[in-house]
Design a protein around this ligand. Structure first.
Ligand code: RP5
Length: 176
């Protein structure tokens, strides 16, 4: 996936603990692309590159990012560590990269102490997609141009369910 920083100033930081997280975290990029939101993407680790993580998180707000999406698996401390040093909203995506299938990452990401929130998504793909949609909603709070895109997104979802229901009704009618 291309780093969008060359095309437009990134509004969303997307970081992950390892390149092994990329197959799922690529969904964040695809969804941000669908909303036309410029982003940057980087691998860094709360445990393996703590200094880089601290530098990135502490500079993010001043660089103009509006929120940071963080994917990590296992003992997933990355989102919490980032949230500790930025005033930006932090969205955590727990990843099923360990023997515990993401339950470990979910609990590590969601169970933040009072005072340091991490908006924690579902494990893996649904969480990655929803993280990007939540980022769009955060941006829309201060950018009215984003709002029609979110309305269109909801309309597409409703249309797809209506189509599924129509297919089900046809099938049931044919079986009678
Ligand atoms: C976490 O450990 C990463 O987010 C990844 O999900 C997991 C395994 O990383 P690798 O050992 O594959 O680099 O920090």
């Amino acid at each position: 996936m291309a780093d969008k920083s060359q095309q437009a100033r990134p509004l969303v930081g997307v970081i992950m603990g390892s390149d092994t997280d990329l197959p799922v975290m690529a969904e964040v990029g695809l969804t941000l692309d669908s909303f036309g939101i410029p982003y940057e993407m980087e691998v860094m680790s709360a445990h393996r590159t703590p200094t880089r993580t601290h530098e990135y998180a502490s500079a993010a707000a001043e660089r103009g990012l509006r929120c940071i999406i963080v994917g990590a698996g296992g003992a997933a401390h990355l989102a919490g560590v980032v949230a500790a040093v930025t005033i930006l909203p932090v969205i955590g995506v727990p990843l099923a990269t360990s023997a515990l299938n993401g339950l470990d990452a979910l609990l590590a990401t969601v169970q933040m102490p009072s005072g340091i929130p991490v908006a924690t998504m579902a494990i893996d793909k649904a969480g990655a997609v929803n993280a990007a949609i939540l980022a769009a909603q955060i941006i829309a709070a201060g950018d009215p141009a984003m709002r029609p895109k979110l309305i269109t997104h909801k309309e597409k979802l409703a249309k797809s369910v209506a189509e599924k229901n129509a297919r089900l009704q046809e099938k049931l009618a044919a079986e009678k």
